[in-house]
Design a protein around this ligand. Structure first.
Ligand SMILES: Cc1cc2nc3c(=O)[nH]c(=O)nc-3n(C[C@H](O)[C@H](O)[C@H](O)COP(=O)(O)OP(=O)(O)OC[C@H]3O[C@@H](n4cnc5c(N)ncnc54)[C@H](O)[C@@H]3O)c2cc1C
Length: 419
């Protein structure tokens, strides 16, 4: 018998950890490496923790560009593109534009739906196996203030049902009855019973301890700075502390994966999609069901006895600086839907920042790139990394061991933007 194959997972976000778990279950010798120290949080910690089969429509939807352009004129709006002259950003924008064609969107939707539902099932299994993330399978409410918002959401609900995702359109009374814990002033909502929410910080901690108990190793505070590649095969990564050898490599470094993989000739375009969250430890009201404030794109998630508000999508800035205008946009929108909340409740609450890895077509990159035998790429999950994490990890495990993948990965091809 040969030696156990060594797998190096680069990046300890939700994608890297899910991949590590599935590789360990297939008998590999697994190490997870991250440049951060153990306590430093990445995009996978302070997010909204929603598992969302309802989000079957890729980011690149018809109509999204005109909406985005309107939003860009408003400094408090949920969407913003940093106006700077960047060739990468322009190319990303062109590809985004091309991906908004209806046929591509339809094909991408079927793929995303399959991924979300498979992931949801894995979360339920994980919960049963003791990977505790306080999974709540109570559904999601898309809360609408305006007639227009409700009409658009009802149209999406119709498409969801066509794809086999249950969804019901509710008026304001039905919405109130669904979650009596919270006072809402809305026109109506769409309820997606299959959606769930969880505690992302607890999820990461539980995954780490599961990986540890299965014999997986962690290396923190070591930065990957280069690759040692010979004739289509990686021997090692060069790091800030030396080098790290392995037989298989998994690149799951979120928004940084684009720059990191360029020296290998890969093209996996991504823009950082900056978002914030604010968590009230002791909210005036605590909903049971998570929700999205549709017109202002704010996500509201009960996490234990606290309540988290997440939002904004600021494209183009690879840094973690905080724009107070975007935060105030979030704060102003909350009382419009949930009148018991006031901006003053958020005084002294430290905002959390995360950078979503956003691909031009809103679909992830999962697979082996052409011309490299022992690299698997798993990234580009944009606003859905938590939701798609478990199935992505499972697919990475299948790819590593040469099994046929349980979901066709054509739409997630790592080579789709190579010219
Ligand atoms: C406000 C907000 C709300 C969100 N809400 C949701 C939600 O409700 N549901 C959902 O599904 N998703 C949500 N998301 C998106 C989700 O958080 C991301 O898609 C997900 O966390 C991405 O995970 P990742 O593992 O790919 O990347 P990350 O979590 O960013 O991890 C990448 C890791 O790679 C490491 N790394 C980078 N470069 C190197 C290097 N050179 N060497 C070593 N290590 C390196 C980094 O240190 C980092 O730890 C939200 C995001 C934001 C910002």
């Amino acid at each position: 018998m040969g030696m156990t194959k060594r797998v190096l997972i680069i990046g300890n976000g939700i994608i890297g950890l899910s991949s590590a778990l599935s590789a360990l279950r297939r008998g590999y010798d697994v190490t997870v490496l991250d440049r951060n120290a153990e306590h430093i949080e990445n995009c996978s910690f302070g997010n909204s923790g929603m598992v969302v089969p309802s989000h079957f429509a890729p980011l690149a939807q018809p109509g999204v560009i005109s909406q985005g352009l309107r939003w860009m004129r408003d400094p408090e709006s949920p969407f913003y593109v940093q106006p700077r002259l960047s060739w990468d950003l322009m190319k990303w924008g062109m590809r985004f534009y091309m991906a908004t064609h209806k046929d591509q969107v339809t094909a991408g939707s079927a793929f995303l739906k399959e991924m979300h539902l498979a992931s949801r099932e894995l979360y339920c299994q994980w919960q049963d196996e003791g990977i505790d993330c306080s999974l709540a399978t109570r559904g999601l409410l898309m809360l609408c203030k305006s007639d227009h918002g409700l009409e658009e959401e009802a149209e999406l609900a119709h498409r969801a049902r066509e794809l086999g995702i249950p969804a019901s359109v509710l008026d304001s009374q039905e919405t109130a009855a669904l979650d009596p814990n919270i006072t809402m002033t809305v026109r109506g909502s769409v309820y997606y019973p299959k959606d769930c929410h969880l505690n992302p910080g607890q999820l990461i901690a539980s995954l780490r301890s599961k990986i540890d108990s299965l014999g997986g190793k962690f290396v923190y505070g070591e930065h990957v700075v280069g690759w040692d590649e010979r004739s289509g095969s990686l021997r090692a990564v060069r790091t800030s502390k030396g080098e790290f050898q392995a037989d298989e490599f998994v690149l799951s470094t979120g928004v940084w994966s684009d720059g990191m993989s360029r020296p290998l000739g890969l093209k996996i375009p991504m823009q950082p999609g900056k978002g914030y969250s604010l968590t009230l430890p002791d909210p005036v009201e605590l909903p049971k069901v998570c929700s999205i404030l549709v017109e202002s794109k704010v996500a509201v998630t009960p996490i234990g006895s606290s309540l988290r508000f997440g939002g904004t999508m600021q494209l183009g800035e690879l840094n973690e600086s905080i724009d107070p205008r975007r935060l105030s946009g979030i704060l102003k929108s909350i009382p419009q839907y949930m009148p018991k909340f006031k901006s003053s409740h958020f005084e002294g609450i430290e905002p959390w920042v995360g950078l979503r890895p956003v691909s031009p077509d809103g679909l992830p990159y999962i697979g082996r790139p052409k011309g490299l035998r022992n690299l698997v790429v798993a990234t580009g999950h944009a606003m859905m990394g938590v939701s798609l994490g478990p199935i992505t990890g499972e697919l990475v495990g299948q790819i590593l061991s040469g099994e046929p993948t349980s979901i066709d990965l054509e739409h997630a091809s790592v080579d789709r933007f190579r010219d």
